[in-house]
Design a protein around this ligand. Sequence first.
Ligand code: ACO
Length: 318
Amino acid sequence: MRAVIRGIGSFLPADIMTNEDLSKRVETSDEWIQERTGIRQRHIASEGQYTSDLGYEAAKRALDDAGISAADIDLIIVATSTPDLTFPSTATIIQEKLEMHHGAAFDVQAVCSGFIYGMHVANSLIRSGGAKRILLIGAETFSRILDWTDRGTCVLFGDGAGAVVLEGVEAEEAGVLQTFIRSDGRHRDMLYVDGGPSRTQTVGHLRMLGNQVFKHAVTDIAQVIRDCAEQAGVAVADIDWFVPHQANQRILTAVAKRLKLRPEQVISTVAYHANTSAASVPLAMDCAVKDGRIKRGDLVMIEAFGGGFTWGAALLRY
Ligand code: ACO
């Protein structure tokens, strides 16, 4: 059994916040943000629009793209660190919105690496016969956990969602070929949220040592791509497309340089989406599929790095 991507979709909230808009809130400038991050703008969920709403819209588009309905899905996995509520899971909220009253739904929390972790879980379940069709969603409203007075973090993130329908098919070399996940809790203080139900009974705000995170991200992402390709028995040079987590253009460029990738092979949406955490990989991939760059049969490497630290990669034949 192989888990193939049968459909893909994404959704961005309508409201756009430009760097210029941000410079009216904190001491920053369009020039600084673009030079250090490549970000020009980010989408922000409107009042009353929740992570589950973004995830639901992306899910509907992925189901439409697959030509199936929620009735054909047996499991929903939602990767998010900004759930609507502490519980129930955002996955069960989306399940209800899709009027899906069978199967199961649960959340995966691995911050920006959540979609890769979700892919690892979904792939394992499909290959072992534990599920036939899985809706894997990455959905976030990071705007809700940002300290809007901290210019070092609030300029970096945005809201959005992306989703794929994964289906088990009997094939030799199709769909997800390899997944590889890592974490190291020693670095938890470099990127974290300073609130939570057990410790503070508050939601908290994102805190980050940006330049430390940057160094770890470049090294660990490059290594995990090499590890994932090696386990799959594929040379990095033979991969058609790289769909990285969209954190910072400088991270994307530095990783590409280490791996000797051509810039045009690297899908980048960070200028328009900013960092949408677990939503960033499916959002970027959907853009590249819809604009015709990624085609059926292409070899695609997706990767991410985030709080924890967590990181990982997945190689797939689209
Ligand atoms: N506007 C203007 N000045 C700023 C801003 C801002 N928005 N933010 C920070 N500065 C200032 C700092 O105060 C500092 O000033 P000082 O020298 O007077 O003290 C100066 O800019 C340099 O600060 P650094 O933090 O050293 O700047 P750096 O070049 O490292 O860039 C950035 C900061 C963009 C956060 C970078 O470190 C980064 O992108 N790191 C990766 C973090 C990341 O992407 N995290 C997301 C989650 S993890 C992931 O997804 C990979």
